[in-house]
Design a binder for this molecule. Structure first.
Ligand SMILES: Nc1nc2c(c(=O)[nH]1)N[C@H]1C(S)=C(S)[C@@H](COP(=O)(O)O)O[C@H]1N2
Ligand SMILES: [Mo]
Length: 302
């Protein structure tokens, strides 16, 4: 399809393994001589940024408040999530509203693997090989009416299976939203897997949003409802604390969170490159998405 975006981070073009290993050895040698800083600049940071996190890292350090607020709670508790059968209610300003099985929504569409930078508002980051479908393809399948200006998403609530829901740690269901042009952007994925595995429960099985140029909280998990609407829909963190979390939530090193800087990030993972690195505008996707926000003051619409 003509609109399909070409990934700059495929498994084939991440830092070639021999070069990466060689650089590691150089770094190790330099560190031993107390010269780490000479090699620890932008080149090393960039190499780190392109090396995907391990499956282990991606599935044991999570945010999924339905299962608790600790980073290890989702891995510990999300096993109770029931994902079969799963359906998604599509409603609002669409030609074909209804309750769809995943097969009805996805069969026949192109599933792709895309390695995306992933950045949490808490200033940690990973590089994750997602598999999934362009949200635009799904929306086109159900038919978006011209009056639709936003897409709203809702996470499943299974109170008996979700200790965070029982404790009401935040209001549930978790909800999120995108402007229609953001939703139709070819970078926006409905992800159904990580590496070669179906989506792990702690990462939002069976299907979750991934919007790589926005802070992680926009990437809502375990979606059961997609609504096409006219007005800006509620977004959980924006509702909980509008001063700290805006609706847009674009990764932006020049607009700090009121309580901490967004200029740098800590790569999760035990590797040599797991140092702090500079955060990139729109999380590195500036050339693809900056045009969506051309006329907006990003310090007002953060
Ligand atoms: N339903 C739901 N979706 C959610 C969250 C959540 O608590 N509940 N946390 C968000 C936040 S803050 C982040 S950083 C990402 C984390 O995704 P990961 O655990 O797959 O890395 O999920 C987002 N989606
Ligand atoms: Mo997050």
């Amino acid at each position: 399809m003509a609109h399909r975006w070409t990934n700059d981070l495929t498994r084939a073009n991440v830092t070639p393994k021999p070069l990466y290993l060689n650089r590691r050895q150089i770094m190790r040698g330099a560190a031993g001589l107390g010269l780490a800083s000479a090699f620890g600049g932008p080149v090393a940071a960039q190499a780190g940024a392109l090396e995907p996190n391990t499956f282990e890292e991606i599935t044991t350090y999570n945010n999924f408040y339905e299962f608790g607020t600790g980073k290890e709670d989702p891995a510990r508790n999300a096993g109770a999530l029931e994902i079969e059968p799963w359906s998604i209610k599509v409603d609002g300003l669409v030609d074909s509203p209804g309750e769809y099985s995943l097969a009805e929504l996805l069969d026949g569409l192109t599933e792709e693997e895309r390695i995306y930078r992933f950045r949490c508002v808490e200033a940690w980051s990973m590089v994750i090989p997602w598999r999934g479908y362009e949200l635009a393809d799904i929306l086109t399948r159900v038919g978006v009416k011209p009056e639709a200006r936003y897409v709203a998403f809702e996470t499943v609530v299974q109170e008996e299976n979700m200790p965070g829901v029982r404790r009401r740690v935040i209001p549930f269901p978790y909800v999120e939203g995108l402007r229609i042009d953001e939703a139709m952007h070819p970078l926006t994925l409905m992800a159904t897997g990580i590496y070669d595995e179906p989506m792990p429960k702690q990462n939002g099985a069976p299907i979750r949003l991934v919007v790589p140029w926005k802070y992680g909280f926009k990437s809502i998990k375990s979606i059961v409802r997609i609504s096409l609407v006219e007005d800006e829909p509620p977004a959980s963190w924006n509702v909980i604390n509008p001063r700290e979390y805006g609706f847009y939530s674009n990764v932006n090193p020049t607009v700090d969170h009121p309580r901490w800087s967004q200029a740098t990030e800590r790569r999760i993972g035990g590797g040599l490159f797991a140092s702090r690195q500079e955060t990139l505008m729109f999380n590195g996707y500036e050339s693809e998405v900056a045009s969506l926000y051309e006329d907006m003051d990003l310090s007002e619409y953060f």
